[in-house]
Design a protein around this ligand. Structure first.
Ligand SMILES: Nc1ncnc2c1ncn2[C@@H]1O[C@H](COP(=O)(O)OP(=O)(O)OP(=O)(O)O)[C@@H](O)[C@H]1O
Ligand SMILES: [Mg+2]
Length: 295
């Protein structure tokens, strides 16, 4: 399962999710694309599926407990969809336990790949979908605002992941304090936090390190125009290593391409409609990487 987030709105999360899903299906994989962005659901449109009557909203509002019943077909063979349409906008977000249940259910779907498209921002529900879903993939664009939000997102996801992994009440409280960048304890980095945790409880310290090692966000740079833009992915990986002590993986980049915009307007994924375009070629390359790793 791949959860696609990234903090900033409009950077191409849905575009990447839709096209990776199609590209993987084209490889003969059985894929389910899931629209977890209930407040801005549009994955179905990107895939050329008219507004489905059933959606993830039925699971969230507990009208339907069987996720399998919410899956609908798409025009692409091997690719199915759980849409995010018809959300009850007054509904509260599902609580943490229900989100974990949802992600477990998603992972149990009968498919080779489940691709989850997340909403913008760092709401705890988005972070949970990113964290408990399997592999988290961040999409960012080569512009300062997007990079800034991607780091904010990574930081929020990192600390949430760490807090969920800690068992003791005191240690959890410490992680919560560390989430405030200007906390009075002077914890400025994950390594500061680790030192404090180890002082309280070495076992929790060991768990912290183990969780840190297992946290491996993937990165895609979308909307690339120059060779300099391509390097952004490596910079993110390097910052992750230096600042968080985690190993992120640069999965690849996608060119800025008018074919991308045209494909959205035509409601036909670019890897389907213009498979020879730059954007499609780079998306297919990333899909091949994912297939190769699965093998
Ligand atoms: N590589 C690209 N080249 C050119 N245009 C692109 C590219 N990727 C995305 N776009 C354009 O950006 C628009 C926004 O993309 P998308 O809806 O996927 O963003 P998003 O991150 O899912 O936004 P939101 O946070 O609102 O869900 C697309 O409709 C498309 O027109
Ligand atoms: Mg989107």
């Amino acid at each position: 399962m791949l959860s696609i987030g990234g903090g900033k709105g409009g950077v191409g999360k849905t575009f990447v999710a839709a096209n990776l899903a199609v590209a993987l299906a084209r490889h003969g994989k059985r894929v389910v694309a899931v629209d977890c962005d209930l407040e801005g659901a549009n994955l179905h449109t990107s895939l050329g599926v008219p507004t489905p009557r059933t959606s993830l909203a039925d699971f969230v509002s507990q009208r339907q407990d069987d996720l399998g019943k919410l899956v609908v077909d798409t025009p692409v063979q091997g690719l199915r969809l759980i849409a995010g349409t018809h959300a009850h906008l007054g509904d509260a977000q599902p609580n943490h336990l229900r989100r974990v249940r949802l992600m477990r259910a998603l992972r149990r779907l009968d498919a080779d790949f489940v691709i989850a498209d997340l909403g913008a921002g760092t709401h705890s529900s988005v972070l949970d979908y990113f964290l408990v879903g399997g592999e988290g993939l961040i999409v960012l664009q080569p512009e300062p605002t997007s990079v800034e939000n991607a780091y904010t997102f990574l930081r929020a996801a990192f600390y949430r992941r760490m807090r969920l992994a800690m068992v003791g009440h005191g240690v959890r409280k410490l992680v919560t304090e560390a989430m405030d960048q200007r906390n009075e304890r002077g914890i400025r980095s994950p390594l500061d936090l680790l030192r404090e945790i180890e002082a309280i409880d070495p076992q929790e310290g060991a768990r912290f390190v183990e969780t840190m090692r297992a946290f491996r966000p993937r990165v895609i740079v979308n909307g690339v125009r120059t060779a300099e833009d391509v390097k952004l992915g490596f910079a993110v990986v390097s910052v992750c290593r230096k600042y968080f002590g985690i190993e992120a993986e640069y999965l690849g980049y996608v060119n800025n391409d008018d074919a991308a915009r045209r494909s959205v307007a035509a409601r036909r994924p670019v890897v389907e409609g213009e498979s020879g375009s730059d954007a499609a070629i780079y998306l297919q390359r990333i899909a091949r990487k994912l297939v190769g790793r699965e093998a």
